[in-house]
Design a protein around this ligand. Sequence first.
Ligand code: 3UK
Length: 487
Amino acid sequence: MFNLASALLDPHLEAGRGSRPAFRVRGKTLTYEDIALLANRAANGLRARGVRAGDRVALVLPDSPAFVATFLGALRIGAIPVTLSTYLPADEYAYLLDDSGAAVTVSDPAMPTAVASPTIPFDELVSGEVEDVDTHPTKPEDPAFIQYSSGTTGKPKGVVHMHKNGVQPAKLHGRHVSEVTDRDVVFSVPRQFFSFGLNNSLLVPLYYGACAILEPERPTPQRALEIIAIERPTLFYNVPTGYALMLAAAESGANADLSSVRRCVSAGEALPAPILERWKARFGQEILDGIGSTEIGHICISNFQGRVRPGTSGQLIPGYEARVQRADGTDAAPGEIGDLLVRGPSTAKEYWRKPEATAHTFRDGWVFTGDRYTRDADGYLTYQGRSDDMLRISGMWVSPLEVESVMLRNPAVRECAVVARARDDGIARPVAFVVARDDAPDTLAADLLALAEEALPSYKRPKWIERVHELPKTSTGKIQRFKLRGR
Ligand code: 3UK
């Protein structure tokens, strides 16, 4: 048997490290013993509500001890936590709860969400529950937890991780890139419901007996700098836009003391070289960019301290293999663009109840990432864009179709294609290429920006509207968005 909750907590308690700090939340400390006992109460609370091994437990919780305890408590009894974003619209919750078939949903009434179905507030879940529980004898390959990824097209897919691979992010990236020890204090701006954040603030620090700072509200750049100055983390994690905004805040006078930090890690989208260079000039620290995915389980290719190459995703982390393939399945030559496939011990088992999507992405132990890459003679890999048309904005997926559909609501728009364009600092934002009707008003661009503001969350809104006479198309009439990139 192998149980992930037991693997993350029990060795610390058995070795007498129960009184060591596991989490810091707004000035309060929770020890390893505190969090283990809270997780046991959550486990008992779930069992009392009829949850059994194999049942799914949805979490709609901010970064907090409640999140950690519900996650670990569910694992402990062999139930499967499903970590959902706390920022979704009502119809998306309805879809995700139905798709995962969640038996219960645990929430935090202090953080209102749009979940329409009944939820159990965490405080109620653990109220009156005892602090010991027996561990369900899960097997290494049993499903442990599910994270949703919106991936390429269609509806989000549940990525199913196994008990045994939950410790691999710690053993691979945690060991070789962050070099985590029990003396580390970690702080991740990306949230725990996101795969990058779950690794940063839960799976990796607990494995090493380190301490993670949890901030329930998504921190603004100013707040992130403040938390760093007060809590003095040694390891810091963010997405490229987060680094760019913190830099901008520091450059316009915000207090910034990063002297405690010995590693800055970036993932989620490519880190532009100018951001890395400006960060280094200001803080004397490099940023270690690495590429990972929900399906891979964590970062698998990364820059390493002392051998960073700005503008690249770095080199393979020991334990992973990568192939850069031509369309015919043969290996691309050095410098030649191809499809990136990755193999390693942290990769997921499958998509939840989606055999076709599983067959497309999980190929004989390899994960087809959907990313285009080149590899040079030294083994440095460089991101070249997606093989589909999906955009990565602020580390989140944006479907061009969704944005184009909003633009097309304006009757003066005949056709529209949305791609990503880098601003001066290299950070990507959506740009809409629009073919307008001849009688379109001069105010069209402003009208479309206003429409986007009304209909889309800010990261999905086009920042530029470009009027063109026609869109590039294939002979079969398919829009060639890749030809618009860089235009
Ligand atoms: C893109 C990158 C260039 C790439 C993630 C760290 O982002 C994570 O997972 P998601 O499933 O998205 C995966 C996709 O995002 N991407 C991520 N990092 C980079 N592109 N450079 C990068 N450094 O398209 C990839 O396929 O949301 C990141 C750890 C765990 C994760 N799940």
